[in-house]
Design a protein around this ligand. Structure first.
Ligand code: KIV
Length: 311
């Protein structure tokens, strides 16, 4: 943090969070709260809880689409999720995560993908991973008028190259490389940088050198903000739980228990009860019965039926 730590207030109701809001929060030492969301209900929850930034993360690949990593998720899939999130959100800044292979090939590809997040899904900004070539892509997107958030440290899209889903920057050389990537992203015009799964000592060095806000996930308490995956923090996702995740609820257990009870009640004929039924007005029921009787009589005598509808 660049100023003495202080507690942050949720965004004022209806007042949209902008890039200036985030810069102000950093200057004041007020932590920025970011969370992922992937659909309308999770966006509504983020809105109601008063978070500052919502990321439609490519973690959706695992948390909601059932892929084994973030690599397979397509731009079209991400856009559909981002558009649903947009419909549930008013105040927080909405960031769309550029998925693997949607921005690396060329500046033109990166700008076109970022533009789709803004035009088709209503995102305010996009995020991409790594420095180097990605920093060049970030610069092109910023020059096209779209704000970009960077992401360094453990970058899941290239986890195989990093030796798997493991913390990064634990040797001096690798720490220097992560720091350089963060600086490259800032120089490219990124308005914030996510630091994922790095030692807190390295976080301290990066935060001291960057002027834009840093958002940590497994990077310790000294970043300007924190981000967690919605399904991790609420205990919805049954997959691997990284060390940095704190569970604030165990919704998966509650959901399984709820659906299990529903199964039991349907099988035991306890559901639906009277309170879940619609009823017909007595005069309509009487009319229905006489219509049925007429129709059945006509069918039995095979006479052409001219009254109400035939059966
Ligand atoms: O995809 C994602 O959810 C992310 C966050 C972990 C920062 O990139």
């Amino acid at each position: 943090m660049s100023a003495a730590p202080r507690a942050s207030a949720p965004p004022a109701k209806g007042r949209p969070v902008t890039l200036s809001t985030l810069a102000e929060k950093k200057a004041l030492g007020e932590p920025i709260v970011m969370v992922t969301a992937y659909d309308y209900p999770s966006a509504e929850v983020a809105e109601a809880a008063g978070v500052d930034v919502v990321l439609v993360g490519d973690s959706a690949a695992m948390t909601v689409l059932g892929y084994e990593s973030t690599v397979p998720v397509s731009l079209d899939e991400m856009l559909m999720l981002a558009a649903a999130v947009r419909r549930g959100l008013r105040s927080p800044l909405l960031v769309g995560d550029l998925p693997f292979a949607s921005y690396e090939r060329s500046d033109e590809q990166a700008v076109a993908s970022a533009q789709r997040f803004v035009k088709e899904a209503g995102c305010d900004a996009v995020k991409l991973e790594r420095g180097g070539r990605s920093a060049e892509r970030a610069r092109a997107i910023v020059e096209a008028g779209i704000p970009v958030m960077g992401h360094v440290g453990l970058t899941p899209q290239t986890a195989t190259q990093l030796g798997g889903y493991r913390s990064q920057g634990r040797t001096a050389e690798r720490a220097l490389a992560v720091l350089r990537e963060a600086l490259e992203l800032e120089r490219a015009g990124c308005f914030a940088v996510v630091l994922e799964a790095i030692p807190r000592e390295l976080t301290r060095e990066i935060v001291a050198r960057l002027t834009v806000p840093t958002i940590g996930i497994g990077a310790g308490p000294e970043t300007d903000g924190q981000v967690l995956v919605f399904h991790d923090l609420l205990g919805i996702y049954g997959g691997h739980k990284p060390r940095f995740v704190k569970r604030y609820a165990e919704l998966r257990d509650a959901m399984v228990a709820g659906v299990r009870r529903y199964c039991e009640e349907v099988r035991g004929r306890a559901y639906p009860g009277d309170e879940h039924c619609y009823e017909m007005a007595p005069d309509e029921l009487e009319r229905l019965r006489s219509l049925l009787a007429e129709a059945e009589e006509a069918a039995a005598t095979e006479e052409p039926f001219t009254g109400g509808p035939s059966l």
